[in-house]
Structures are given as C-alpha cells and as structure tokens.
Design a binder for this molecule. Structure first.
Ligand code: PDD
Length: 286
C-alpha cells in the first residue's frame, strides 16, 4: 500500500503527486511548514502547531489557504488514510507557482501539500543511553522563528553531526546558545533548568513549550534567559527537544561527557512526566 498524500484539494498516492517546476517552494524555498506528531491517530497540540503556522505565514505574507477547522479535517483525513497509530504529519504551504522573480507575485494561489510518515520516537535504549552531540557556530539567518522550508543552513549544520556520528549539532551565536539544527536545547546547572527565550534566533518549539509547562506545573526550578556557551559546556545535563525526538538527553558534547556521562536525574523525571502528559492528553482527546 502506498502512502496517501494531500496536494491542492486531492488525496492521492505519493507517486502520483507532482508540482510544477516553477513552484516558488522549489525555486526559492519560499514556503512554510509544520511537523505535527500524532499518537493513536490524534494530533498532539494541533492548535499550537496551527498558531505557529499562522505566525510564520503572516511573517512572509502568504495568505493561510485554510481555516483551523479545515486544517483539522485534513490532518484527521491524512491520519485515517495512512497506516499506523503514531504518525508524523508534515504540512507545507508555498507561495505558489509563478514566473521566476524574487519579488512576491500578486494573485497566485498557495500550494498545499501534506504527507504522513510513521512517528518513530527514540527507542528506550536511546532514552537510557542518551546521545552524542557536536557544536557549531550558528550562521543561519536572523529569522529563525519562521518555520520556513528554506532549511539549507539547518541541513548543512545537521550534516556535520551526521558525519561525526552524532545526533544533533548544538548552535552558538555570539557566545550564546540558540538551539540545535532541528531541535530546541535545555540545560541543567545546579538543579536549575535553563533555556534561551523564544526570539528571532530560535524556532518557538511546541515541545519546548510543553517541557516548560510540565517543569512549572511540577515545580522544577526553571529560568528562561540567555544561556552562554560556557554554561552549556559545563552543564550538568543537556536535553534536546522536538516533536519527533520528544525529550532526549545529550550525554557527550564534542566528545566530552556531559555531567557524569549518563542521562541526569532531572532528565529522567522530565522524560517520564512528558510520557505521562502525552498519554493523558491523548486519553482526553479520544
Ligand atoms: N523540527 N528548532 C528547529 C530548528 C527545528 O527544526 C525544530 C523541529 C525544533 C523543535 O520544534 P517542535 O518542538 O515544534 O518540533 C526546534 C522538526 C521536527 C522538523 O523540521 O522535522
């Protein structure tokens, strides 16, 4: 059975889905995307993902082609039409098709594409061992809050860790932690959880918000403030978060152990709370 995708109003097998070569998503990376995890066929934090989609579209002046209710229906249908209970729904809106010209053309229709892949969250062994990460200078543009499909900077930075056999590349700009190539980053120092604020230098992660919400509800000590490179390098714990990684402990950074080189106690607590939180929300949604 082939994957069923959605393209501009139709559900069709992925092999049959084509876009014109002049689509600005293809020519300029002129598009916005979202990745929404779904558990037991229920999208997790859908309203928050759709709000971030709207914010990104507003920032690049693409009119949202669908209401939240329509996006909800399309997401539900893609989940039903694809196998597996836990899926990762990808959606993309590009500015549309037009003669190549950098300036935004008027009166064109956005291209809407959605697909779903099985959601593969980290295996228990990886949660137990933690992962290796490397670091790099964050040389991406200054609009990292926009979830743009122009991801060449992120891809090049991720490739460095892939080549080093590491799970992620953690990024510093002007001596401060920003995020990783496709995740947000938290650290723990002296029992306090620290994370950089949401600004134009990071993607406002939905998982980041969930982790902060759990930390506050469960009385973790947490501070949202700029975090220096030196603080990261001498942290007791480092975590990466994303819709597909959930919360994962980083146990080596540039080949050096983080803390005692094992996932820390606060990570273990947060990971368990995250799983419980997710299951609880899914029960309520069912
Ligand atoms: N990436 N920062 C960057 C640069 C990201 O690409 C992502 C997610 C995150 C975490 O955001 P969230 O918690 O909303 O998933 C942070 C997705 C999963 C991707 O591009 O595949």
């Amino acid at each position: 059975m082939s994957d069923i995708v959605y393209l501009n109003g139709d559900f069709l097998p992925i092999e049959k889905a084509y876009i014109p070569v002049l689509d600005r998503g293809f020519i300029f990376g002129d598009g916005i995307y979202e990745v929404i995890p779904a558990y037991s066929k229920h999208p997790f934090r859908l309203a928050e993902h759709l709000r971030r989609l709207q914010n990104s579209l507003d920032k690049v002046q693409i009119t949202n082609p669908h209401s939240d209710a329509e996006w909800g229906r399309l997401t539900g249908e893609i989940l039903e039409r694809n196998p597996g209970n836990d899926q990762s729904v990808y959606l993309q809106v590009t500015r549309g098709v037009a003669k190549r010209d950098h300036a935004f053309p008027k009166g064109i229709k956005p291209t809407v594409f959605m697909m779903s892949t099985p959601l593969v969250t980290p295996a228990p062994a990886l949660v137990e061992s933690g992962v290796a990460c490397i670091t790099a200078q964050d040389y991406r543009w200054l609009n990292c809050d926009i979830k743009s499909t122009s991801l060449l900077g992120n891809c090049m930075l991720r490739q460095r860790s892939a080549e080093a056999g590491a799970a992620e590349t953690i990024l510093f700009r002007d001596g401060q932690l920003t995020e990783a190539s496709s995740s947000n980053v938290f650290i723990v120092r002296d029992g306090v959880v620290l994370a950089p604020p949401k600004d134009h230098l990071v993607l406002p992660g939905i998982t980041y918000d969930v982790v902060i919400e759990i930390a506050r509800a469960r009385e973790f000590e947490i501070e949202i403030r700029p975090v220096s490179e030196a603080e990261v390098r001498s942290a007791d714990e480092i975590w990466v978060t994303s819709s597909t990684k959930e919360v994962l402990a980083v146990t080596t950074l540039d080949g050096q152990p983080v803390g005692d080189g094992k996932p820390g106690l606060l990570f273990q607590r947060m990971h368990a709370l995250y799983q419980a939180f997710k299951q609880d929300r899914m029960r309520t949604a069912a």
